[in-house]
Ligand binder design. Structure first.
Ligand code: NAI
Ligand code: MG
Length: 498
C-alpha cells in the first residue's frame, strides 16, 4: 500500500469551491434560501483532514414544518399540479442538463465532503445522477392507467396519481446520486418533496437546490432541509402531513422510520444495509474474479450498501484468490480524494473510522487473521487500509453485521448447495455476485440467492433502468426503474355507469 496523505488546504481549491464554501449555506424552503428558525448552523468536515470546511443551516422540526407546508401548498394549489406531464418532464431534463454542465463543481464538492476520490465522483456519482434524472424525466409522460372490462354496463379505468408530499432522507455515501435516485421518480410522478441530506454531506444537495431554483421549478416543489437525523429526519418520518417517506441508510434507523410512519400510516420505502455475498467458483476466469472481488469491496472505500463484503471462494482456489486480493489491496493508493492518483480516500467521518476499525479489531479478537490492511492509516483524517480477513466463522460479528468500510471477510466452500446456504445465512438481502464460466451454475445460483440484485461475472453494475432494492431486512420497495416510479403513485379505480 502506498500512501500520500497530502492535504489540500481550502486556500488551494478552485475559485468556485472557495466561494461556495464561504457563502452561508441556507435551507431551501418554498423557493427561497432561508436561515434555520433556530438560527443554528452545523459544521461540515473534510474527512481527509478533519478540518471544518463550511457551516450549514441546521434544520429541525420547526423548519421541517415550514417545508412540509410549502410542499403541501405546491402539491394542492400550485402551478405544479396543473402542469402537463411534458412540462414536468422538461424541467427535470433541464435540471439534468444543468447538473451535467456543473459536473466538475459537483464532483469537487462530493470529493471534499465525502472524501471519495474525485475520479469516482466524476465517472460515477455525477454522471449516474444525471442519467437517473433523464431516465425519470422520460417517464413523466408515460404514467398510464388501464381500462378494465368488468361485468355490467360500466366503463372502468384506473388513474395513477402522485402520492402527494414525499419526505426523503438520504445517506452520505453517494450524496448527490442518492438525492437524484429519490427526487427523480418523485418529480416525474408529480409529487412535491422535502429532502434531507445526511448531516455528514449536505453540500452537493445545496448546489442541487441552487440549480433547481435556476431551472424554475415552482416554489415549494423541491425543498432541501439539511439537519441531523434525530431532529430533522425524525420530524419528516413522523410528520402527519407527509404522505410518503423514502429512506436510505442503516437498518436500525429504517426500523425507527417505520415506527414513526405508523402515526399517519404514510407509505414507506426503505433502502437499507447489506452483507452481500460474492461467490467465486474454481471454474471462473480467476483473473477477472480477483479484480472483480477487489472492486466489489474496495469501490468507494467499501461505503456501498451493495459492497461484496462476504467473499466465498471454492476451496481449490481459495489461497490464490485471497492472496491476490490482499496483494491488490496492498498496492492501492490511499490518500486525499482530491489527489488524482488516489484509489482509496478517507472514510466519511470519525464515527465511521471508529466503527470500521472496531469491526476489524473484533474479527481479530475472535480469531480471524488479516492478509492485508488491518487498521487506520496515518493519524490525521479518517483513512483505513483496504483489509482482507480470513479464518472467519459464520457467527463472527464481521460475518453478520454491515461494516461499511474497505473490509472483506473471506471463507472457503466445497459445493454449490453449501455456499448458497451460507450466502443466504444473513438478515440482509441486497445484492450478490457469482463468478463462474458454467452457465447452468450461474443461473441456478442467481435463482437461489435471496437478494435484490445478482451480478454474474461482474459487480456493482447499476443503471437507471434496473430496479435496485432489498429482500429481507435490506428494505422495502425498489429504487430506479419504473418500479421506483410506482412507489410515488397511488392507483385510483374509476367506475362509470353507462
Ligand atoms: P443513519 O441511518 O443514521 O443515517 C442515514 C440518514 O438517516 C441520514 O440522513 C441521517 O441524518 C438520517 N437519520 C438518522 N437517524 C434518524 C432518525 N432517527 N430518524 C430519521 N432520520 C434519521 O446511518 P449512519 O449513522 O450515518 O451510518 C451507520 C451505518 O448505517 C453505516 O455504518 C452503514 O452500515 C449503514 N448505512 C447504510 C447506507 C446504505 O446505503 N444502505 C448508507 C449509510 C449508512
Ligand atoms: Mg446514525
Amino acid at each position: 500500500m502506498t500512501t500520500t496523505l497530502t492535504q489540500t488546504s481550502t486556500a488551494q481549491l478552485p475559485a468556485f469551491a472557495q466561494k461556495f464554501l464561504k457563502e452561508p449555506k441556507k435551507l431551501f424552503i418554498d423557493g427561497k434560501f432561508v436561515d434555520a428558525k433556530s438560527g443554528k448552523t452545523f459544521p461540515v468536515f473534510n474527512p481527509a483532514t478533519g478540518e471544518t470546511i463550511a457551516y450549514v443551516a441546521e434544520g429541525d422540526s420547526a423548519d421541517i414544518d415550514l417545508a412540509v407546508a410549502a410542499a403541501r401548498r405546491a402539491f394542492e394549489r400550485g402551478s405544479w399540479r396543473k402542469m402537463s406531464p411534458s412540462q414536468r418532464s422538461r424541467l427535470i431534463y433541464q435540471l439534468a442538463d444543468k447538473m451535467e454542465e456543473r459536473l466538475e463543481d459537483f464532483a469537487l464538492l462530493e470529493s471534499l465532503d465525502n472524501g471519495k476520490p474525485l475520479s469516482i465522483a466524476r465517472v460515477a456519482d455525477v454522471p449516474l445522477a444525471v442519467d437517473n434524472l433523464r431516465y425519470m424525466a422520460g417517464w413523466a409522460t408515460k404514467i398510464l392507467g388501464d381500462t378494465i372490462p368488468i361485468p355490467g354496463d360500466f366503463h372502468a379505468y384506473t388513474r395513477r396519481e402522485p402520492i402527494g408530499v414525499a419526505g426523503q432522507i438520504i445517506p452520505w455515501n453517494f450524496p448527490l446520486l442518492m438525492a437524484a435516485w429519490k427526487i427523480g421518480p418523485a418529480l416525474a410522478a408529480g409529487c412535491t418533496i422535502v429532502l434531507k441530506p445526511a448531516e455528514q454531506t449536505p453540500l452537493s444537495a445545496m448546489l442541487l437546490a441552487e440549480i433547481a431554483a435556476e431551472v424554475g421549478f415552482p416554489e415549494g416543489v423541491l425543498n432541501v432541509v439539511p439537519g441531523y437525523g434525530e431532529t430533522a429526519g425524525a420530524a419528516i418520518a413522523a410528520h402527519p402531513d407527509v404522505d410518503k417517506v423514502a429512506f436510505t441508510g442503516s437498518t436500525d434507523v429504517g426500523k425507527l422510520i417505520v415506527k414513526a410512519a405508523a402515526g399517519n400510516l404514510k407509505k414507506v420505502t426503505l433502502e437499507l444495509g447489506g452483507k452481500s455475498p460474492n461467490i467465486i467458483f474454481a471454474d471462473a476466469n480467476i483473473e477477472e474474479a480477483i479484480a472483480g472481488a477487489a472492486f466489489a469491496i474496495f469501490f468507494n472505500m467499501g461505503e456501498c450498501c451493495s459492497a461484496g463484503s462476504r467473499l466465498f471462494v471454492e476451496r481449490p482456489v481459495f489461497d490464490q484468490v485471497t492472496q491476490a486480493i490482499a496483494n491488490a489491496a496492498k498496492g492501492m493508493k490511499v490518500g486525499s480524494g482530491l489527489d488524482q492518483s488516489t484509489e482509496i480516500g478517507p472514510l466519511v467521518s470519525d464515527e465511521q473510522l471508529d466503527r470500521v476499525t472496531g469491526y476489524i479489531q473484533s474479527g481479530i479478537d475472535e480469531g480471524a487473521r488479516t492478509l492485508s490492511g488491518g487498521g487506520r492509516v496515518g493519524d490525521r483524517g479518517y483513512f483505513v487500509a483496504p483489509t482482507v480477513i480470513v479464518d472467519v466463522k459464520p457467527n463472527m460479528k464481521i460475518m453478520r453485521e454491515e461494516i461499511f468500510g474497505p473490509v472483506v471477510a473471506a471463507t472457503p466452500f466445497d459445493d454449490m448447495n453449501e455456499v448458497l446456504e451460507q450466502a443466504n445465512d444473513t438478515v440482509f438481502g441486497l445484492a450478490a455476485g457469482v463468478w463462474t464460466k458454467d452457465v447452468s451454475k450461474a443461473h441456478n445460483v442467481a435463482a437461489g440467492l435471496r437478494a435484490g440484485s445478482v451480478w454474474v461475472n461482474c459487480y456493482n453494475v447499476f443503471d437507471a433502468a434496473l430496479p435496485f432494492g432489498g429482500y429481507k431486512q435490506s428494505g422495502w420497495g425498489r429504487e430506479m426503474s419504473h418500479n421506483a416510479l410506482e412507489c410515488y403513485t397511488e392507483t385510483k379505480s374509476v367506475v362509470v355507469k353507462l
